[in-house]
Design a binder for this molecule. Structure first.
Ligand code: SF4
Ligand code: MG
Length: 328
């Protein structure tokens, strides 16, 4: 890809002492401008940590977070504050992040106050424009969060995230708390906003159908690592990594096969305090061979252009299915 405008890349968290929680343990991910990258995996796999690292809300143990050619890790606090205007986050629970005692207008206008960008009538004008943008009536400015539905509150959270005209939004389970029909509305809003404003998204979710719908590319995380990275269509039609196969075969939930398939993903995710030797998926992998228990597979590009971290996929002995067969 030639787009280089926006490029957080090369997050690498080194192994620390044995007692350290290796929440994110060597992640390398480049996101192009105006792209949506979905980040999926079971809870506790490090998805949210990656999102927060990208925004430099957390400090990496080691590694770089490149944004427009600058490493966010090396910025002074003042430079970082300036950069943060470009990088915003939308959380799962807008109620938890919206101050119940502040009017919606004050909530959306707060970033202008913090960054001393606009006040008085100018601030009100900008808040009104943001309400238009997310499809809320302008009268909403004088009301309070509890007077709105979950979907409307999420629109308020999105309006606030957009106040400083960011380029990059991390959506961390941004629609997961909403009813399915409301989810679709908020997803459509996010897609409209992306087209209109040229936004770039890192879309973190455990909801695979939502991720499939919104993402250009999808990264699958397991125990602090990306194990597969591919175009969304390719990944969902023909998952290559054994973990991705197991994860995807667990859907759709209403399907008669769903329960049986779900059982294939045996056992719980090991604790990030005790990451298995070799391939970290080996204890749960039905394809595991001897080599898997000693050698840690690197994320490498395979023939069809996607990246996979699996010895057997890399050496061709585990073929990538043209599509997931019903008996696999
Ligand atoms: Fe399974 Fe081995 Fe591939 Fe790991 S490297 S996913 S254990 S086959
Ligand atoms: Mg999370």
């Amino acid at each position: 890809r030639l787009v280089k405008h926006f490029e957080p890349r090369g997050l690498f968290l080194k192994k620390k002492s044995e007692a350290a929680v290796r929440a994110v343990d060597g992640v390398d991910l480049a996101i192009a401008a105006k792209e949506t990258v979905g980040l999926v995996g079971e809870s506790g796999c490090g998805k949210s940590t990656v999102g927060r690292l990208f925004l430099r809300l957390l400090e990496p143990t080691s590694g770089q977070i490149l944004h427009k050619g600058r490493d966010l890790v090396s910025l002074t606090p003042k430079e970082l504050e300036e950069r943060r205007r470009d990088l915003q986050i939308v959380f799962q629970d807008p109620f938890g992040s919206l101050n119940p005692r502040m009017s919606v207008g004050a909530i959306i206008g707060e970033p202008f106050a913090i960054h001393r960008l606009a006040k008085g009538a100018e601030r009100e004008r900008r808040v009104a424009r943001l309400l238009d943008l997310v499809g809320l009536p302008r009268a909403a400015a004088d009301r309070y969060p509890h007077q709105f539905s979950g979907g409307q509150r999420q629109r308020i959270g999105i309006a606030r995230a957009l106040a400083l005209e960011p380029q990059f939004l991390v959506c961390d389970e941004a629609v997961s708390a909403l009813d399915v029909s409301v989810q679709a509305q908020v997803i459509n809003l996010l897609q409209d906003l992306q087209r209109e404003l040229g936004l770039t998204y890192l879309f973190i979710s455990h909801n695979l159908s939502v991720v499939r719908h919104i993402s250009d590319r999808v990264a699958v995380m397991y125990l602090g690592r990306i194990v597969e990275l591919a175009d969304a269509d390719i990944l969902f039609k023909a998952p290559a990594h054994p973990y991705t196969r197991a994860l995807l075969s667990a859907i759709p939930p209403g399907h008669p096969r769903a329960k049986r398939d779900r059982e294939k993903l045996k056992g719980d995710v090991p604790s990030p305090l005790a990451i298995p030797q070799g391939c970290r998926f080996a204890p749960r992998c039905r394809f595991a061979v001897e080599r898997c228990r000693s050698e840690d597979p690197a994320l490498s590009i395979i023939a069809d252009g996607r990246s996979v971290a699996c010895h057997l996929v890399a050496d061709g002995s585990l073929s990538v299915p043209p599509r997931l067969s019903p008996h696999s």
